[in-house]
Unconditional design. Structure first.
Length: 153
């Protein structure tokens, strides 16, 4: 496979919305409100301070996506890039699509002096994804995640 990774544009909003809806259904069995989701995707695509989506393609066909958002770490005096909204089409899983996206992001992050690391969260029962992240050099942390969600209640 010849996988190309590129930043997403507004022209990708429909595909990203579709991928995010599929991911939510698959991982958490949640049916997202597509109007709200599309508005959220477009908000990121219009404002890079919120994050940057990346598309993995082969021959112009989108195989997967990921989103980078930002968290400032006062302990490290640097920015963590959070890898979010990861989705790879089912037919392309296990074929190096996520690895290509991850390596692309790692390269970009290392070029930025303010970036101190990469982080992501993963559904606790998704052992396949956890094994992938560990093979790529990521380590499980000591933290569990808690939230108070005002939208998806």
């Amino acid at each position: 496979m010849s996988i190309m990774i590129r930043p997403a544009t507004l022209n990708d909003a429909e595909r990203i919305t579709e991928f995010n809806a599929l991911m939510a259904k698959e991982t958490e069995n949640i049916e997202l409100d597509l109007t709200r989701l599309r508005a959220g995707v477009e908000s990121v695509l219009r404002d890079k301070s919120k994050g940057v989506y990346y598309i993995a393609e082969e021959n112009g066909s989108a195989l997967g996506q990921t989103l980078i958002t930002y968290e400032w770490s006062d302990w490290r005096n640097g920015m963590f890039w959070w890898i979010q909204s990861v989705y790879v089409q089912k037919d392309y899983r296990g074929k190096g699509v996520f690895k290509a996206m991850f390596e692309h992001l790692r390269t970009l992050a290392k070029q930025e002096q303010t970036v101190c690391g990469l982080r992501l969260y993963v559904e606790e029962h998704n052992s396949r994804a956890q094994q992938t992240y560990e093979r790529l050099g990521m380590k499980k942390t000591y933290y569990d995640m808690y939230e108070l969600d005002f939208v998806l209640l």
